[in-house]
Design a protein around this ligand. Sequence first.
Ligand code: PRX
Length: 650
Amino acid sequence: MIKEVFKPNPEFAKNARIKNMCEYQALQDAAIRDYEGFWGSYAKEKLDWVEPFHTVLDESNFPFVKWFEGGKLNVSTQCIDRHLDSRKNKAAILFEGDRGDKQTITYLDLYYNVNRFANLLKNEFGVKKGDRVVIYMPMIPEAAYAMLACARIGAIHSIVFGGFSAEALKDRIEDADAKVVITADGAYRKDKPYMLKPVVDEALNGKTSVERVLVVERNNEEVNWVEGRDFSYNELIKKQSNECEAEAMDAEDPLFLLYTSGSTGKPKGVQHNQAGYILWAQMTMEWVFDVKENDTYWCTADIGWITGHTYIVYGPLSMGATTVMFEGVPTYPDAGRAWKMVQDYKVNQFYTAPTAIRVLHKMGEHEPLKYDLSSLKVLGTVGEPIDPSAWKWYYEEVGGSRCPIVDTYWQTETGGHVISPLPGATPIKPGCATLPLPGIIAEIVDKDGNKKEHDETGLLCITRPWPSMIRGIWGDKERFIKSYFGDVKQNGRGVYFTGDGALYDEDGYITITGRTDDVINVSGHRMGTAEVEAALAKEDEVAEVAVVGKPHPIKGEGIFAYVVMKHSLKDSRFESYEAIEKELNEMIKKEIGNIALCDDIVFVPGLPKTRSGKIMRRILRSIAKGEEITQDISTLEDPSIVATIKSLVK
Ligand code: PRX
C-alpha cells in the first residue's frame, strides 16, 4: 500500500540537529563501521564523568552486556548540577495541578529540592546505595524529586503507576524487596481529591520488607497513620540541608526497576542501569524532539510508565530543557484543557499517546482552532500504532499541517526511542515509525535471523546491544534470557526480540504490526493476558478463562474475556450474568486496577483446545473481532465448540 509522504519543512530542517537524510545515513554508517567508536565518542561528549570509562562495550557475558565499564558518574548530577552554571534560573519543571495551581521549579530549586529529599532518605530512613525504594505517587513535582533523590544516593527506584491496586503494588514491593515506599496522601483528578495512601496501607498489611513510608501531603485529606512507619514529607523535609553529595556510581550500577507485563501472570521487573540509559535518554531528546535552549516541552505521560521516566524526567533534564508536568487529565474541565496549556506555556514539542489523540479528537474536532498553537514545532506519539484518521487530525488540526509528527516506537525494555522519524530529516508517513535511529541496529527477520523482504511480516529485533537496553529482569536471569533472546538466533547467537511483528515497506521503512505474544495494548498500556486471566480465575465460580485483545475505537485494544463457569447460573451463588460480570470486574480492580477492566465478558461452555489441552487463542481473537474462522479447527478436541462460542458473542 502506497502511503502519503510528508517531507520535512525546509525552514525547520535548516536549524535541526539532523538536517537531512544524508546526515542521518552518515551517522548510521558511522555506527555500523565503528560501533564502539560511535557510542564511545557520544558517551564522552554528552556525559560528565567522575571517572572515565576504559571499555565501551563488553559482550563477553552476552546477553549480560556492560557499557562504559570503569566509568563513574551520577545521574542526578547529569540532570541538575551540571546545568547550574548556565541555567540555574531556567525553569526545569513547569508544574500545573489539576485545579490550575502552578509552580515553576528552576534548576536551582530542583537542586535544593532533590538534595533535601536525598538527605531525608539517607539520614532519616537510612537508605543506602542499592536499596530499593518504591514510588507510588501522583503527577506532582515531588515524584520527580523522589526519583532524582534516589539517583543521587544510588538507591534503586521502582515506580508503580498510581492506578495499580493494592495487590499489584504489594507484588511489586515484594518482588523488589523494597525498604521504603514514597507516596502521597492523594492528589486531585477532575477537581476532586482521590487517595493513594490507603492503597499503600492495604499493600503493606501483613509481613513486609518495608520499614518506612514517606507521605507527601498533597490534598490534606485525612489518612491513617502507622506510628513509627509513616512519616510526613512536609515535616521532615524542613530539617534537611540543601547540599547532598552525589554518590559516584559505576556505569553499570542499577538506576531503576520498572515492572511491565510479559506473557506470564507475573510482571517483570525491567532493570535499567546508569550511564547507558541516561546517555540515550539525552541523545533521543535532542535528536527526536529537537528541543532547543529556549523551548518548552510537554509529554503528557504518567511517571508510572517508561515514557514518564525517560521523557518527562531523565531525558529533558539531562539535556537542560524545560519540561511541563501535569497532574490532571487533558480533557478536564473541557476538551480544550490540553490546547489551553499549549497556548499558555507556549509549548514547542507536544508528546502524547494515540489514545489521548483519539479522545481529544472525539471530544472536540475543531477545539484546537480556538487556541493559539503557533508555538508548536514537533508533535510526537508513543505507545501504540496510530491510525490514519487520528494521525491526520493531529497533523492538520493540532499541528496546522506545519509540524512533523514523530511516531516513536520503543518499549520499557529499550529505555528510549529506537525507531522514529527525525523531525528535520525523515519524510514521514502516517502510522509508520519509519527508520531505526542512528546507532540502533534494528532488523525485521525470521526465526533464523534472515532479513525479511518488503511487505513480509517478520519479527522485529535489535541485533546489536545498545546502551539503554534492559540489563535484566530483577531476580530472574533465566527469564531475562528466555524472554528476550530465546526466540530468534542470528549467527548462532540469540538476538533481542521485541515481541512485535513488523514489516518493511518499499522504501525500507518499518511499520509495526503489533505484538506476536500474549500481550495486549490497552490505551498504550501494556497488559499481559495471563495477568488478567489470573485475576479472573481468583473468582471461585470461574472454572477456566481466556483473555484476548479486541480492536477498540478509542483505547486501541480492549480486553475481551471468555469465561467458563463451574456451575450453571442456576446452581451458582449469582442471580444473573450481570452480577457475575460485576463481580469479575471487581476482582480485576482488586488484583490489578481499573486499567485492566474487561470491555467484554462472554460466558461459554468450554474453550477451543487442542487435544494436548492448549487453548487456541487465535480462534478466540478471530471470534472477538467478528472475523470468519479461516484456520483449521479439525485438530481441536471438540471442533463444535467454535460454532457454540460464535453464537454467544454478539
Ligand atoms: O507493541 C509495541 C507498542 O508498545 C509496546 C511497548 O509497551 P511499553 O513497554 O509499555 O512501552 C510503551 C511506551 C514506549 C511495544 O512492544 N508500541 C510502542 N510504541 C509504538 C508501539 N506500537 C506501534 N507504534 C509505536 N510507535
